[in-house]
Ligand binder design. Sequence first.
Ligand code: SAM
Length: 453
Amino acid sequence: MGNFLPNDLVQRLNEREGFDSEAFAAVHEQGDKVTSIRLNPFKQKEVPFSGADAVPWCDLGYYLPGRPSFTLDPLYHAGCYYVQEASSMFIAHVLETVGLKDAGARALDLCAAPGGKSTLLNSYLGEGSLLVSNEVIKSRANILLDNLGRWGSANVVVTNNDPSSFKRLPGYFDLLVVDAPCSGSGMFRKDKQAIDEWSLANVKLCSDRQKRILAESLETLITDGYLVYSTCSYSEEENEDILDWLLSQYDFESIEIPIEAAWGIERTTSRIHGAVGYRFYPHQLRGEGFFIAVLRKRTDQPTFSRKRLRPEKATVPVKELENWIEEHTSFSYFMHADELYMFPKTYLDDLQWLKQVLYIKRAGTNIGKWTGREFLPSHELACSIHVHQHIAAQDVNLEVALQYLRKEALDPQDFQGRGWCLVRYKAVNIGWVKVLPNRINNYYPKEVRIMNL
Ligand code: SAM
């Protein structure tokens, strides 16, 4: 049994005390799919599917009884939830344990695309926080932009930088999350191709890369700041051995995260320094393979001069925006390449410091365009949690919502009023239309429209 799994991997796992290789092989052979979602607390209070069960370590996470067609659910497109593998949601429990939940922290998600951990961090770090969500691979950074745009928060900066760029911001972040690129064995149940691609040589390559990523970015963490390191690999070379390497090279302290026995998570320690990590196996819990560890920086980390930099002159019709944005005075507005952005005023200085050293793909929310006479709202503004509640909106049923998301022609009889109007499905905004005397202009972005379904 289980000889479709790489022998070298199974052999190593068998060396671990108490490892049940039969159950491990069986769970891969059965190929059961576990589907879970995590709610966006700023948009969705209740699970929009029946028969869901709570994920024990994440109060916003739910297992679904089957896999619905998310593509055909307008709430999915509106960023009401994120489809995320349940083990990774453990970060919610970590944030709560170390006291970062709603603490207004500055956080860096260094390897962020497609955005699972970033959307989680944004939800749990709270409205007073600042998240820098970075992805080094350009094409993947665009997916990250889409997912965070849908999520709707303005306190997020998306960057496209190599980890080494963050050296230029020493002692800045309270939290550094490194969800490292890895050999991917934890995803074997979901991705059979990964089984054929797995090799010991690749594990070694990944382990070297993980050390490089960490070495190049650790300086950006403040003294006493937390490093959360995770992979979806079962290999010790990418997990416990990385913790040993970290503790031998840097002054970090390993942090224990209390877990309940019923959760089925395995507490593990590294061979040399006894650093604590947590292993997730699909035969022991409802989730995929995952490893996570938390460390606190003890080094007295020098930082950079927090000189106030003069913000760029605003050429933005701020007065015009008060009808479009809730509490519009808590945001600052700026123009970049003809597009208007909103960003929390409390982090304006931070944005100037970030801009000096990073390639920023998007800071805050892109709210639209100012033509000189008129404000043209963007799709991101429709998805924003800050869009004004008194803007004209039209509630539509599922059929009309899907016509809208397919960017099809809409029936004027389904819409009332005139001018810009939010299309709303189950009390959630899904985008803009412009209601004209004889027709409806559908402003859903064509790049993300539903096709062939
Ligand atoms: N955190 C993401 C989430 O929860 O949705 C998943 C991240 S995935 C495990 C690892 C990411 O690291 C990928 O997006 C990959 O493009 C990126 N990556 C690959 N090589 C990298 C490198 N040398 N430095 C930093 N990131 C890298």
